[in-house]
Ligand binder design. Sequence first.
Ligand SMILES: Cc1ncc(COP(=O)(O)O)c(C=O)c1O
Length: 394
Amino acid sequence: MGGCVTQPAYDFESISLEWLHSKPGAKWHRTPDAIAAWVADMDFAPAPAITAALTGAIATGDLGYPDWRSIVGESGATDAFVDRCERRYGWQINASDTREFNDVVQAIQLVLHTCTSPGDGVVVHSPTYPPFLNSIETTGCRLVPIPAQRTESSPTGWAFDYDALESTLRGQPARVLLLCHPQNPTGHVFSDDELRALAALAERHDLLIISDEIHADLTYSPHVHRPMALFAPDRTVSIHAASKAFNLAGMRYAIAHFGSQVARKAANALPEHLLGATNLMGAVAVEAAWRDGDEWLAAVLAHLDRQRLLLAELLAEHLPQVKYVPPAATYLAWLDCRALPYGDDPSIKFLERGVRLSEGPNFGSEGIGFARLNFATSSTVLREIVARMRPLAA
Ligand SMILES: Cc1ncc(COP(=O)(O)O)c(C=O)c1O
């Protein structure tokens, strides 16, 4: 783990490639010969409030069992989550309806395992974050995709055909709507009208909604994140984490709110220790992020906003064949590379040139010919990424 130089917490620009390559995490360590623009970690040091809270926890000299209300959770991070939901979204919830997890995908899989039977349909906007596809497959469920369509007329550049979904569901009923809200990899932010329509559709077809809102804090103005649970309170399980917006994926902390009684009962029926308990340091870091991290979050979001627009300029100049609409949320760019002669998985060609992107086909059949680029880095590194992606002169 040694060898890392520290990075000033509010300086998102002076990141050296030497520092990045010395980082021990998966993003950079797995790609020693390439610039890493794949997995959804940012290249920035944590917010000062988080570093101070973690250091403070170590300084107490007590890393024993935390004095939380119960072994399965309800740490200070739970209270910070409840306060934050009210403050940011006017969403009033009780701590007793929440449950802490080690990560978001664990919570998704728990709900799928406890609330579906093999063969049940799970509706998903597609292309899709790959572990969604894997979770549906391993629970023996059936994927019901809603394909994304590029359109100038939508504020985010993306639209979904809910009339087509309606008629699909009339012929082949489903059990769950697994929402990625905001959507990875398109960066689509669901509008109030869309959320209202989805809630009505879920009501008509009796769908349980699992709403993964891990990217919520990475929504760019004028788009606004609104929790799905505001629209379908009794049939939604909402899952949140600070991992993406505060760059804390290694801290292993997520929290789910069970608006659905059915899902809550099913989760509570599991043996108490089956899923283990939350990690002390994860809860400490997330509590600090959610209580004291907003100033840092605003600064990082302003930087990412510049990066998503810079990427549009760089691609227009150097790779005009690649179609890109700046995402309305997330630091992930969904690149349509089908006009390049790079085949189904263009990331292979980009890796040969020294940049690792995420493989489009892993996001489902709508990802064929696409690649996902993580722009949560400095403008200098982003320029280098696009310079390397550029086709070599013949
Ligand atoms: C939509 C979405 N959900 C979940 C995750 C992973 O979260 P976790 O590590 O908490 O399972 C990611 C990571 O990129 C993601 O994009």
